[in-house]
Design a protein around this ligand. Structure first.
Ligand SMILES: [Zn+2]
Ligand SMILES: [Zn+2]
Length: 318
């Protein structure tokens, strides 16, 4: 049960002891990814997730700068899913903190956002007018579905269209790693013959490159087409509604839909977020467990609850 270091609990259900025992490889990659994500999410209040290995912040809801503090300097780029306040309300705090506290105040920052989003562009203009001269270069970069941004090594982040606001582009993001493998026709060949082919025709003859999806952040969305998350190690999936009848318009997925979609796509693990504040924790847990049983889910399912801040006054003591 991994715990994030910002005091937020990411907890798992349904860890598969068989997979765990058989090979640590598949499991450990998904688990490694889960462990390197920190964040906060509560529908309508705030959502943000920091993925440390690639220095990416997905969305920037309020409270992100006060929670991340010095870790803010780790962020290279922010990827915004859409213009709702609970996903962008923390941007000015990030800029202010990066400009003024201890750390590398000259490190550049890029903010990617859905192309032609006038609300985000108005926020960009407002911040530009009111923040004065920032000590670092700030780049606002619009993205279309299918656009990708290179990351370290063989990785890239790719934007895709999510299903959240009508007639306005909203985006989900996937971190993809380009890998190489043996072509199907050579997989059964004995080692010696394989070496012979490589000697004669070169490595390119026997190998092919393919994309492995390491991580998907859906943003706020209705259930996604399966191909967006196919075979992903970790999917952070909108699961706002526990009871489908609470959904009034088609803007968010339910726990049921997120679980079914992840199962159909053969993911290695699923992390549910953006729960509506109307549900008690136990209701959410019960619903997830019900899905695991009903759908015979064998991959681990994680959920994130916002941990309340300590808010009471404390009397000073000598
Ligand atoms: Zn939201
Ligand atoms: Zn939203």
């Amino acid at each position: 049960m991994p715990k994030s270091f910002l005091g937020l609990n990411i907890t798992s259900f349904g860890e598969n002891p068989l997979t765990h025992k058989k090979s640590s490889y598949q499991m450990s990659l998904a688990l490694e990814i889960i462990k390197s994500i920190n964040g906060f999410s509560r529908a309508k209040y705030s959502t943000w997730f920091y993925y440390k290995p690639d220095h990416i912040l997905f969305d920037a809801g309020e409270g992100v700068s006060t929670s991340m503090r010095n870790m803010l300097y780790g962020i290279n780029s922010i990827f915004l899913s859409h213009n709702h306040g609970d996903h962008i309300g923390g941007i000015s705090g990030i800029l202010r903190s990066r400009a003024s506290s201890m750390g590398d105040i000259t490190k550049p920052l890029s903010i990617y956002y859905p192309a032609h989003d006038r609300s985000i562009e108005r926020l960009r203009d407002y911040l530009g007018e009111t923040m004065g001269n920032l000590p670092f270069a700030l780049h606002w970069k619009p993205l279309q579905p299918g656009n990708s941004v290179p990351l370290a090594a063989n990785r890239r982040i790719e934007a895709f269209a999510s299903k959240h606001i009508e007639r306005i582009l909203t985006l989900g993001y996937k971190v993809i790693e380009e890998r190489t493998r043996l072509k199907l026709e050579y997989r059964q060949l004995p080692q010696q013959q394989l070496v012979q082919v490589i000697r004669e025709k070169g490595k390119e003859e026997v190998s092919e490159s393919y994309d492995k999806i390491l991580l998907v952040y859906t943003g706020d969305t209705m259930p996604l087409d399966t191909h967006h998350i196919q075979g992903a190690e970790v999917v952070i999936y909108d699961a706002t509604f526990v009871d489908p009848s609470d959904r009034e318009d088609n803007t968010h997925a339910t726990v049921d839909e997120a679980c079914q979609s992840a199962k159909d796509a053969g993911v290695s693990s699923l992390a549910l977020f953006h729960f509506s504040g109307r549900y008690r924790r136990q209701q959410i847990k019960d619903k997830i467990l019900e899905n695991i049983k009903k759908r015979n889910i064998t991959f681990p399912v994680y959920y994130i609850f916002p941990t309340p801040y300590p808010m009471e006054f404390k009397q000073i003591e000598e």
